[in-house]
Ligand binder design. Structure first.
Ligand SMILES: [Zn+2]
Length: 221
């Protein structure tokens, strides 16, 4: 776990941020069997690589190396979403049963057109203690933000890279098709061709103005 006090160039390094020495470059292949048809896999298969029936990108969870500010660590991002952990300090973002504080940003949050109090995000929650430092960093990272609370959340999709089998006899060698694609957990036909790197959750019961009720002020632009 990354200590809150650790900073690089004056910026706190959030728990969720990827580090240069955590990258894993295991080769990917397409395989085929009677049960699944043609599907993407690491060369040495491990059952733990698949979540929700989708191959998840392998990374280390050592927090070693330089911070990669535009990239999250897949294992830690997933853990934050699954367990409701703060993306900055890695501790529980809220007490059990309490509304969970969440910073919504333009780039990471998509409101549902048919429901005002729900939307999808790939950015994990942020605990009340870490919200000031996170908001302070948002403008410096060129991100606008709003603090809300969330009643509950559910996994709804992944973000990942889409591949197709190579041509002819080289079909087992994956060709990249598109990066950072949103693939719903119910879009089963696309699952065998995606390498997921982030879990997307749907937030329900979003209440705005949460920071005002806490007596704070919105510091992000
Ligand atoms: Zn925190």
């Amino acid at each position: 776990m990354i200590a809150m006090s650790e900073s690089v160039g004056g910026l706190v390094v959030p728990y969720v941020i990827a580090r240069s020495e955590e990258i894993v470059c295991d080769p990917l292949y397409f395989y085929s069997d009677a049960r699944w048809g043609v599907f993407l896999s690491y060369q040495r298969r491990r059952a733990a690589d698949w979540l929700h029936g989708i191959l998840r990108a392998r990374v280390l969870d050592t927090s070693e190396g330089e911070p990669m500010w535009r990239q999250v660590n897949t294992l830690r991002q997933w853990r934050c979403m699954d367990e409701g952990l703060c993306q900055v300090c890695g501790r529980e973002a809220a007490q059990p049963g309490q509304p969970m504080p969440w910073i919504l940003t333009e780039t990471a949050f998509h409101a549902l057109s048919w429901r005002a109090d729900a939307g999808d995000t790939n950015a994990p929650p942020t605990c009340w203690d870490c919200i000031p430092v996170a908001l302070e960093q948002c403008p410096r990272l060129g991100v606008s933000a709003e603090v809300v609370t969330v009643a509950w959340r559910e996994p709804i999709a992944v973000l990942g890279d889409l591949y197709r089998p190579g041509p002819g006899v080289g079909w087992q060698l994956p060709s990249p098709v598109q990066r950072q694609v949103y693939v719903g957990l119910d879009e089963f036909a696309r699952h065998p061709r995606v390498l997921a790197n982030q879990l997307v959750v749907r937030l329900h019961g979003i209440e705005r103005g949460a920071l005002g009720r806490r007596g704070g002020s919105l510091m992000a632009r």
